[in-house]
Design a protein around this ligand. Structure first.
Ligand code: ISJ
Length: 356
């Protein structure tokens, strides 16, 4: 009896899969036709992708979760877009790092990734059009701002067209399934710091060695079973390592925010952010005066970060994110007012608030 019920459901699934397959290919045909209409212009449309994902989450009747269906549609769009033109994405390498995970999370797995040796190199290959887009880390919830990315943003002709929020989970990885006789634990210094308490408790006597990246740590652990590594899931998969302990980061809400850069920003999606960098005149109360136009126009600030300017002693530049798109009147007016007060203002880009 239960055999028969099983068969009924499997027959239903076979028939549904056939319909899903047909519909997926119909969708792909439309994407290909859209590609032809774009005629070699900008293929990737971040505002449209954000709208598609938001709509899918709203329409979703369940039982699959909103996040699950959004992830599936992220991959469907990635595959459809690659029929128009596969995108090349530069990110901080090597393969197996969190920057790689962030790139796949934002562009899906049909994107071609180009791992680079440094953040400077990521900007350079995108500026020289060797890559279509770049993904760079800008801030971590426990470690703070990524200074090099901010400094390069002030100079680059690239614009911000998206953001990626990635939960950072650290795992203890090894080629053999035992916590015994580990001689060294390798990881990037930041990851060792993020797992400090766990290591003190579980491996107090094991030497901790910092290396250039978590992926490099995983590579070393894969080569020699006496060593373990702390790294993310992507590195575990890449180097075929087992999980001795999962989610060992001391701070459970550890998140990194990445920016997506390209030769254009995004048009209005309906739920957007605008990033600006500016400098204040060197006078008392200058920062307060500078920011007043935002509050006066009801424009909310979601981030404020100051960095020493590299051009003059005791001068600072300010990175500000506001809610809204630079094509919206309120935001436009606020930026105009900022221009009157600041020594310089650069609009880094308007882009959709991260959906995934
Ligand atoms: C199909 C398009 O091109 C790309 C693919 C999309 C999709 O598969 O839905 C959405 C936006 C673009 O990045 C489009 O612009 O609508």
């Amino acid at each position: 009896m239960s055999e028969e019920r099983l068969k009924q459901h499997r027959d239903a699934i076979d028939s549904l899969d056939q319909q899903v397959l047909k519909l997926l290919n119909q969708r792909a045909e439309h994407a290909r036709a859209i590609g032809e209409i774009k005629g070699g212009g900008i293929i990737y449309r971040p505002e449209r992708e954000a709208q598609v994902l938001r709509r899918i989450k709203e329409l979703n009747p369940g039982p699959l979760s909103g996040e699950t269906v959004a992830r599936l549609f992220r991959e469907i769009m990635s595959a459809c877009l690659s029929l128009e033109k596969p995108l090349t994405i530069a990110h901080l390498g090597p393969a197996g790092t969190f920057s790689e995970s962030a790139s796949f999370k934002h562009f899906g797995h049909a994107a071609r990734l180009l791992p680079c040796a440094s953040i400077d190199e990521v900007f350079r290959v995108c500026e020289s059009s060797e890559a279509d887009y770049a993904v760079v880390p800008v801030e971590n919830s426990t470690e703070g701002a990524v200074g090099r990315s901010l400094d390069l943003l002030t100079q680059t002709p690239l614009q911000i067209c998206g953001e990626v929020i990635l939960r950072i989970h650290q795992h203890l990885l090894r080629s053999v399934p035992s916590l015994d006789h580990i001689e060294k634990v390798y990881s990037h210094a930041q990851s060792l710091a993020q797992c400090h308490e766990w290591l003190n408790k579980h491996l107090p006597d094991v030497e901790r060695v910092s290396v250039a990246s978590n992926a490099e740590a995983a590579r070393l652990a894969a080569e020699d079973s006496r060593f373990a590594a702390i790294a993310g899931e992507a590195a575990a998969e890449r180097f075929n390592l087992g999980f001795l302990a999962r989610n060992i980061e001391d701070e459970p809400n550890n998140t990194t925010r990445f920016l997506v850069l390209g030769t254009h920003d995004a048009t209005l999606s309906g739920h957007d952010k605008t990033s600006l960098v500016m400098s204040a005149r060197n006078q008392p109360g200058a920062v307060h005066q500078l920011l007043a136009p935002l509050a006066e126009r009801g424009v909310s600030m979601t981030k404020f970060e100051s960095r020493p300017s590299r051009t003059g002693l005791w001068e600072y530049v300010f990175f500000v994110d506001v809610e809204g798109h630079h094509s919206q009147t309120q935001v436009q007016d606020a930026i105009e007012a900022l221009r009157e007060r600041a020594a310089f203002v650069k609009i880094l880009g308007s882009y959709p608030v991260a959906v995934l």
